[in-house]
Design a protein around this ligand. Structure first.
Ligand code: ADP
Ligand code: ZN
Length: 767
């Protein structure tokens, strides 16, 4: 393994980058080792995975250490993906080594022992330093001309809970062992297919037995979300005849070259059918499809439709899967086993080859932007990837981001509109309740207006479902002292604590701090503490008190911490086992509740108060999405929207379902205030044990930036939440007219390694 042990291959100074906040380091490595292969190196505090950047022509004048070992015989990432990573590294000013783990989990290790012909193994070529030959093998492998059996480990490729076992067409053999017989009989009893975990439990068979059966071709094991296999009988594979608009959209997409289209249509207008049709065409051409969704857990129905249409051809990237499951996905991609890859944000960097179509569903979703290092934006990188792969990119949305909408208005993206719902369902009727009137009338702050209560009662009486939304978890938003007026704050963060009644705790939603609620005010000692502001937990209580017979299900982050609990709750709701759903915005997205005919939005203005120029856009998106939940099947839907500001454009336009009107007003406002999409932004964030330390770090950065022409610098200023986990936070915002201005700034004023400053290009979150 160790390159030190052989004398044949000369070692030369080589630049190796680690996924650490360090500049590239120089090590001795075999001459000819190509860039982008992973190596292991020793650091003072242990070993680390690094990525080879290339030879170092002017090594530092110190005694260099050799690398520990070479992980990859050749670059495992397809050449076009390497090109994308190089672009992203420049664009976001991060090293390639920081991006690489998003494409290739570190646990994925190739096998050097495999035979490559003439009695030789990969290892032999390494030991003789035949790097050019290895590179050629790799290139042929990437082109699909040279399968390397067993090259990538299969050990962990099947998470049992997510694997389906299916009986093949082969007839039942005459001779089987008792264990094999048990497995086959159980499978046949179950109609031919079962989840592996269930089969192993019910038939009491081991994985080894299943492996033998698979080797004999008697069964087939496929990895998929367990939800999918249970839903196959829903007739999801019924093919529809596309409407004229849908046909026009499909035909407008030229699969032979790069272009970006914005597919704009309300929920239910048939965008997914357009994607499916395009995906089918790309597959026919022998190319692959990269399909990005904002969140996998929220799209079981989409996955079921995909599975039904393209059985066994869909691989899944899941942010929450454990590393062996992620590894399994990547192995399938690198072995070209699955031509469709569906995944969330990081999937944009998945090692998929020969891409013929990229779909970004719900392109406006904030989850496409990473809020952790490296802070990539998957939609933006998807467009770059399309350019590199020479394939079309389809962005779909009912409420496009203003960035994409503006690009479509300017003709940089092709706008494809779907204006009707093929199933003929009308958009829900939206009724606005002005909470100021309700206050005047009832002389108190109103949580449930009369109209909303009447609506809930009606929907219960008809045996239909209602959904109530409030974007705030917990029982009471915060506790304050009526005597001294102070709120109870987190000792570590500059936010108030939220009261959770179930566990009887005050909790910080930023750092997780929790405490038993005090009897008296810790500031003044008075026993006048009281809770202010309802959260979903309290809404659930109040609704249950008013409608004692109703079956209520609350879905928010407190009730869905267990893996799968969200899916289970949604399934129960879809199957009509719930009368009233109470929850946060996580309920707004991507579900189809056939019985749901009433949506109540308790406080539509809630999001408008955030100090963020996108507050109106987000509110509009949320309200529109929520409204789209109501009345999707054969029953007309109704939305009751409670607000203190019915005239705010975000609310007034959402009520009319008027995206274009909203976009026009909002774009004018953005232009006047020089915000995106009319400027490019770069946010520097710093943290320190004291505010002063955070400020100093940013002031140094500000000084370096002041030499760069064409930038506007705002700050340093305290962040909107100035303290989190005992760290003080400052922001410095940089505006430039064009993206190029920001790129120039990144080159001219690189961050000083080791300073407490991080940068966030095209920031979405200013918290
Ligand atoms: P979106 O992705 O825009 O929300 P979908 O593609 O999911 O819309 O379509 C909504 C519903 O309408 C689905 O049940 C779908 O099967 C159905 N549908 C879409 N297009 C057609 C069509 N041309 N004919 C009949 N039904 C259709
Ligand atoms: Zn805290």
């Amino acid at each position: 393994m160790s390159p030190r042990q052989n004398n044949i291959v000369p070692l030369v100074p080589t630049r190796v980058e680690l996924a650490r906040p360090l500049p590239p380091l120089t090590y001795l490595a075999p001459e000819g080792l190509p860039a982008c292969v992973r190596v292991r190196v020793k650091l003072r505090n242990g070993a680390a995975m690094g990525v080879v950047l290339g030879p170092e022509p002017s090594p530092p004048n110190v005694k260099l250490k050799p690398i520990e070992s070479i992980v990859d015989p050749f670059p495992l990432l397809p050449p076009k993906l390497r090109e994308l990573l190089a672009f992203a590294a420049d664009y976001y000013a991060v090293g390639v080594a920081h991006l690489m783990p998003l494409s290739l989990p570190n646990v994925l290790i190739p096998d050097w022992e495999i035979e490559i012909g003439q009695g030789e193994r990969l290892r032999d070529l390494r030991d003789e330093g035949r790097w050019a030959e290895l590179k050629a093998i790799g290139e042929a492998w990437h082109r699909g001309e040279r399968p390397l059996q067993g090259f990538l480990h299969h050990r962990n490729r099947r998470g049992a809970g997510l694997t389906e076992v299916r009986r093949t067409e082969l007839p039942h053999p005459l001779k089987v062992t008792p264990g094999q017989a048990k497995a086959l009989v159980a499978l046949e009893d179950a109609g031919g297919a079962m989840l592996e975990s269930e089969l192993r439990e019910s038939a009491g068979v081991s994985a080894a037995i299943l492996a033998t059966l698979e080797a004999k071709g008697l069964i087939q094991r496929t990895k998929r979300l367990d939800l999918l296999s249970r839903r196959r009988d829903e007739g999801l594979d019924q093919r529809v005849v596309l409407t004229e608009e849908q046909c026009a959209a499909v035909e407008a997409v030229d699969l032979s070259r790069f272009s970006v289209q914005l597919l704009y249509g309300v929920t239910g207008s048939g965008k997914t059918e357009v994607y499916l049709e395009l995906a089918g065409k790309a597959l026919q051409q022998g190319r692959r499809v990269l399909w990005l969704v904002p969140e996998i857990g929220l799209t079981p129905r989409l996955l079921a439709r995909l599975e039904a249409r393209f059985p066994g051809q869909v691989a899944l990237g899941h942010a929450e899967l454990n590393s062996s499951e992620k590894q399994a996905d990547v192995v399938r991609l690198l072995q070209d086993e699955a031509p469709i890859f569906v995944g969330v944000r990081n999937a944009v960097l998945a090692p998929l080859r020969n891409i013929g179509l990229i779909i970004v569903d719900e392109e406006q979703e904030g989850s496409y932007k990473s809020e952790e290092h490296p802070r990539i934006h998957a939609r933006d990188l998807a467009i770059k990837r399309g350019q590199i792969e020479h394939c079309p990119v389809v962005l779909g949305s009912a409420t496009p981001s203003l960035e994409s909408w503006q690009a479509a208005q300017q003709g940089r993206y092709k706008l494809l509109k779907l204006t009707e719902r093929p199933l003929g369902i009308n958009l829900p009727e939206v009724q606005v309740v002005d909470l100021r009137d309700a206050y005047r009338e009832q002389r108190k702050r109103v949580v449930f207006s009369k109209a909303l209560l009447a609506g809930i009662a009606e929907s219960l009486a008809r045996g239909e479902q209602a959904m109530l939304l409030l974007n705030r978890r917990g029982f009471e938003n915060f506790w304050m002292c009526r005597s001294c007026g102070k709120a109870l704050e987190c000792p570590h963060c500059a936010v108030s604590l939220t009261y959770h009644k179930g566990p009887y705790r005050l909790r910080c939603h930023l750092c997780g701090f929790e405490a038993v609620p005090p009897e008296v005010c810790p500031h003044c000692g008075a026993d006048h503490l009281r809770g202010v502001g309802e959260g979903t937990e309290q809404i659930e209580d109040q609704v249950q008190a008013m409608f004692p017979k109703a079956r209520i299900l609350r879905l928010d982050r407190d009730t869905t911490t267990r893996k799968g609990s969200m899916e289970a709750g949604l399934l129960a709701a879809e199957q009509g086992q719930v009368d009233i759903l109470v929850g946060t915005q996580m309920l707004a997205k991507g579900h189809n509740f056939p019985q749901l005919t009433l949506v109540g939005i308790l406080n539509a203005d809630q999001g408008l108060r955030f100090p963020d120029f996108r507050a109106a856009e987000r509110t509009f998106q949320l309200l529109t999405q929520v409204a789209g939940r109501s009345g999707r099947a054969d029953k007309p839907g109704r939305v009751i929207l409670q607000t203190y500001s019915p005239d705010h454009p975000a609310i007034a336009c959402a009520v009319r379902q008027d995206f274009e009107g909203f976009a026009e007003q909002e774009l004018r406002y953005r232009e006047a205030l020089a915000y995106p999409p009319f400027t490019a932004l770069l946010l520097y964030r710093s943290e320190g044990d004291a505010m002063e330390a955070a400020r100093l770090a940013l002031e140094a950065q500000q000084a370096r930036l002041s030499a760069v022409p064409g930038l506007r610098l705002l700050g340093p200023l305290e962040a909107p939440v100035p303290k989190v986990r005992d760290r003080f936070r400052m922001h410095l915002l940089v505006k430039a007219r064009q993206r190029g201005g920001i790129s120039a700034a990144l080159v001219a004023a690189p961050l000083v390694p080791g300073s407490n400053v991080v940068l966030d290009r095209d920031p979405l979150n200013f918290g």
